[in-house]
Design a binder for this molecule. Structure first.
Ligand SMILES: *Cc1c(COP(=O)(O)O)cnc(C)c1O
Length: 359
């Protein structure tokens, strides 16, 4: 069977090797006589799986010992509420940088709990850039500063880590986690849903500096309290066991293939190939400011938008799928960690061919 090159914004592709492992171990994990799906989350075997997954994540992302790692549910979306509930800690204000769709979702939820200061926004230019730090107007009373390190819809990525001094920096890394090495120390909290870069839907990773744990607002339900999850080793309730297992396999695949340095090199090669083509083309176009272009999500438009459906059909016939953009944003190629270079090479070839035929 020919596997498709899946450019979907999420869920994303998984490495073939990982899917093969899942199939081989599906009915009987390591002689346990059962599938990971059937295991007790408190049993010796699953504790081994979650322990190894956490250790590998710590190693691959170089997470210092002073940070806790949580395996939660509720997607990136639930973090939009959990962050203010847990990090306000007696304050009544928070800073948010608005780079588009996902920042807006986070802001909307935060407004239920505190006054939100939009410290910077790229809305004035249709979310086509990342506001430089000099443009930020932060609130001295803010409990934390929230930003989306890679806006999936706008295709805008911060290629630098904001400096927020003593104020904890919170990052939604849902779409660029594990795509490059990061300095975890510069952050108070990092979160990411798993289904884009490290596995399947149902799992959200939270990396939180230990001094930020335990100050949730009194109204916080147990399930939304990081402190409760930390105390219980991510087993305050039944964790998403199978998704944790798959994330573990993806981490092993990353380690085996050269770690984050190798992944980053591949992302640079794939995204340059596509952007170089877009910049030379008279027919396709990406509007994002060059320095802020995402290596992961590349939105683009056709000179003649009426050809979009034809383009989607043309690429699908070549095994290149899910290139539809977000809402009004035309087309988009999302290249998560499991996208092979070959997929992007074929996409660019198809775009050239399409341009030659319809341009
Ligand atoms: C996909 C995404 C989310 C939401 O994730 P869900 O798991 O669907 O809740 C949040 N933030 C960003 C940047 C995303 O790309």
């Amino acid at each position: 069977m020919e596997r498709a090159y899946n450019f979907s914004p999420g869920p994303g592709m998984l490495p073939d090797e990982v899917l093969d492992r899942v199939r081989d171990e599906l009915l009987n994990w390591h002689g346990s006589g059962m599938s990971v799906m059937e295991m007790s989350h408190r049993g010796r075997q699953f504790l081994e799986i979650i322990g190894q997954t956490e250790a590998d994540l710590r190693e691959v992302l170089n997470i210092p010992a002073s940070y806790r790692i949580l395996f939660l549910q509720g997607g990136g979306n639930l973090q939009f509420a959990m962050v203010p509930l847990n990090l306000l800690r007696g304050r009544n204000a928070a800073d948010y940088v608005n780079t588009g769709y996902w920042s807006n979702r986070a802001i909307e939820d935060a407004r239920q709990f505190c006054s939100v200061n939009v410290a910077a926004s790229s809305e004035d230019a249709g979310f086509t850039y990342a506001p430089t730090q000099a443009q930020w107007r932060t609130d001295p009373e803010a409990a934390y500063v929230h930003y989306v390190s890679n806006d999936t819809a706008a295709g805008v990525e911060f290629h630098w880590v904001p400096a927020t001094g003593q104020v904890p920096l919170v990052a939604d890394m849902s779409t660029n986690i594990l795509s490059r090495p990061i300095d975890v120390n510069r952050h108070g909290l990092i979160y990411a849903c798993a289904q884009k870069n490290l596995g399947i839907a149902g799992l959200t990773i939270v990396i939180i500096r230990e001094d930020l744990v335990g100050g949730a607002l009194p109204i916080t339900p147990g399930m939304l309290d990081y402190g409760k999850h930390v105390e219980n080793g991510s087993m305050y309730n039944t964790p998403p066991t199978f998704a944790i297992y798959v994330a573990g396999l993806v981490l092993q695949w990353i380690k085996k293939n050269g770690g984050l340095t190798a992944i980053e090199e591949r992302h640079m090669a794939m995204s340059s190939l596509l952007y170089d083509f877009l910049d030379r083309s008279e027919f396709f176009r990406n509007r994002v400011r060059k320095n802020d272009r995402s290596r992961i999500n590349v939105p683009f438009t056709l000179r003649d938008p009426a050809l979009e459906e034809t383009f989607l059909k043309f690429t699908e016939e070549r095994g290149l799928v899910h290139l539809r953009g977000n809402l009004a944003l035309g087309l988009r190629a999302s290249m998560y960690n499991a996208m092979p270079y070959e997929g992007v090479r074929r996409l660019v070839e198809a775009m050239k061919e399409f341009e030659a035929r319809y341009g």
